[in-house]
Design a protein around this ligand. Structure first.
Ligand code: DON
Length: 573
């Protein structure tokens, strides 16, 4: 996977490029911006700037993370949101906590709500329109983060988003092409089309976009907190549009929503302490299980970027994703992290991995232990402040522009997170994930996620990272982590390196175009792996605090994200 280290490899990569004309020439790794006073990496320039502005005003990592997330709700409507949810891992003064502001199923949701009378899935109903929407968690979640840790006044943190929505922001290339690509979805609902397809066509790059409804909502949010969205006229408007198109989301659901502080999934990896998200995200559990299996199989001793490393990664993920089948949100009948990460089980899992042969996924069953039942678009931002505190925050509407329905007057897009439940047993969801009984729809339940905001630290160095990409989130996050903690890559190179992916079902390795040299590909195939080349896997945004007090930020070139530091200069430490 490396493309910078040896002339031989560079020559091989060049040959492959010339032969297949599919693999890009080796990219250089421009160093990540480095400076002092804090750093932000997010999906959009204007959102990164909002975070940096708040850092320069004396805000801490949480102030800046919330400001960035709210700015994304304006300038990155594919995923940034007030109508969706997410997770945050916060490390402040050395203590880690995680906030779950994942959406819940509305009280009126039912197990078979996406099936017809014959038990067949009703096409698209868990993805398009308000039936697909979970109860938004972002309004209360972002406010809760700030209430516990923020230093600046709440209105100061909301201010950049208000400014962007009221004065307008420049539509970038990426948003323009997303609007173009999803024009069909956006045209399904006149409420949405009137804002995002003005005059019938998507706003072009360079246009100044104003969102006056969202600006007003944000002003009220700055004044009254989450109640501005979850009660009164805003909640009534959300219920009205939900009813209009047959949804079950009600104002009472919005008022009842609460974010939850949870214990992180913690593990050690190659001398680093790692903290990531526990249920209702499967992300932290997948990271912990795969890191453990890699350690047990001596992964780091195999040649870097060679077939054995790729094979062992695929075998570890295959098993971790098989175990994911048993997971569901808290309160479901699913297995817990503690049980799944039991060393005795992981020892058995590792013992089943052969170095010379792929295990067909059909032969990898989920965790057999006693169950407790006794029974596409996300965005990740990472922020550091000048004191070494960090936040990793992943937030989503699920698909690009969520369920496609915009609440008139509020310019607020609703999510389609209900598709993350097991909506039809045995059927893969939009990420190809086959999920289990513990993740079926139930009123108030949180749908299982793969989001993996993660923080790791060792000897005065701290890293925060995460990614969008559905099931590709934990695998992309893990690979960047491995590049850092095993191979000590510079931050930007760790993010840039090509990636692979496996998720148990389908039984296949996905690989970015330049991830596997021809001989590696041949060796994987001879072990029994099927390999599919895909354009890209995940978009990791990361920040790092160095022991000398400097900070760095790296945005993923795959997503055109943006990274910056609060100030240039040398650390006084
Ligand atoms: O929670 C999850 O795992 C998904 N709803 C995330 C969706 C996603 O990452 C789409 N992104 N590109």
């Amino acid at each position: 996977m490396d493309h910078v280290n040896t002339p031989a490899r560079a020559a091989r990569t060049l040959c492959l490029t010339l032969l297949l004309a599919a693999a890009p020439l080796p990219a250089a790794h421009p160093p990540a911006p480095r400076g002092v006073g804090g750093a932000v990496a997010s999906a959009e320039d204007q959102a990164t700037d909002a975070g940096l502005e708040v850092l320069r005003r004396g805000g801490n990592a949480v102030d800046a993370a919330v400001a960035t997330a709210l700015a994304l709700a304006v300038v990155h409507p594919q995923a940034g949101n007030l109508g969706g949810g997410g997770f945050a891992v916060v490390r402040m003064d050395g203590a880690v906590s995680t906030l779950d502001f994942r959406e819940t199923a509305p009280a009126g949701a039912r197990k078979n709500m996406f099936l017809d009378r014959r038990g067949e899935p009703v096409d698209g109903s868990s993805l398009v329109g308000p039936l697909a929407a979970g109860v938004p968690g972002s309004p209360a979640g972002l406010h809760e983060l700030h209430s516990r840790y923020g230093r600046l006044p709440w209105p100061t943190v909301v201010a950049p988003a208000i400014r962007l929505a009221s004065r307008g922001f420049v539509v970038g290339e990426r948003l323009a092409s997303a609007l173009e690509e999803h024009a069909d979805l956006l045209s399904r609902f006149p409420e949405t089309a009137s804002v995002w397809l003005p005059g019938g066509s998507p706003a072009a790059a360079g246009t100044i976009m104003r969102l006056p409804g969202l600006a007003t909502l944000l002003r009220r949010y700055a004044e009254h907190g989450p109640a501005a969205v979850t009660s009164g006229p805003a909640a009534a408007a959300i219920e009205l549009v939900s009813r209009r198109y047959g949804g079950v989301l009600r104002a009472t659901d919005l008022a009842a929503y609460t974010p939850v502080w949870r214990e992180p999934v913690r593990f050690r990896a190659w001398g680093w302490e790692v903290a990531s998200m526990d249920l209702p995200s499967s992300g932290g559990i997948i990271l912990a299980e795969t890191a453990d299996l890699l350690r047990r199989t001596g992964w780091e001793r195999a040649p870097r970027f060679g077939a054995v490393q790729a094979h062992l990664l695929a075998e570890a993920w295959r098993r971790a994703f098989a175990d994911r089948f048993l997971l569901g949100g808290p309160g479901s009948t699913g297995v817990t992290a503690v049980r799944l990460l039991d060393p005795a089980w992981l020892r058995r899992r590792a013992a089943g991995i052969r170095r010379d042969r792929a295990t067909p996924s059909d032969r990898v069953e989920p965790w057999p232990g006693r169950r407790r039942m006794e029974s596409r678009e996300t965005t990740h931002l990472s922020v550091a402040d000048g004191k070494g505190n960090v936040v990793a925050l992943t937030t989503t509407l699920n698909g690009s522009f969520g369920c496609g329905l915009l609440v008139p007057g509020l310019d607020l897009l609703l999510n389609n997170e209900m598709d993350d439940f097991t909506t039809a047993p045995g059927r893969p969801n939009q990420f190809g994930l086959v999920q289990g009984e513990a993740n079926t729809v139930a009123p108030g339940r949180r749908m299982l996620s793969s989001m993996s905001p993660t923080v790791l630290w060792r000897d005065g160095e701290v890293v925060a990272l995460g990614s969008p990409g559905g099931s590709r989130i934990p695998t992309a996050t893990l690979q960047v982590m491995l590049n850092l903690v095993v191979f000590h890559d510079p931050l930007q190179a760790a993010v840039d390196r090509p990636r692979i992916h496996h998720q148990w079902r389908p039984d296949r390795i996905d690989a970015e175009p330049d991830a596997l040299a021809p001989e590696t590909l041949a060796a994987l195939r001879s072990r029994g792996h099927t390999v599919l080349f895909v354009p890209s896997l995940g978009r990791v945004n990361a920040v790092r605090v160095l022991p000398d007090g400097h900070v760095e930020a790296a945005a993923d070139p795959r997503g055109g994200g943006s990274a910056g530091v609060a100030a240039e200069g040398r650390s006084p430490r």
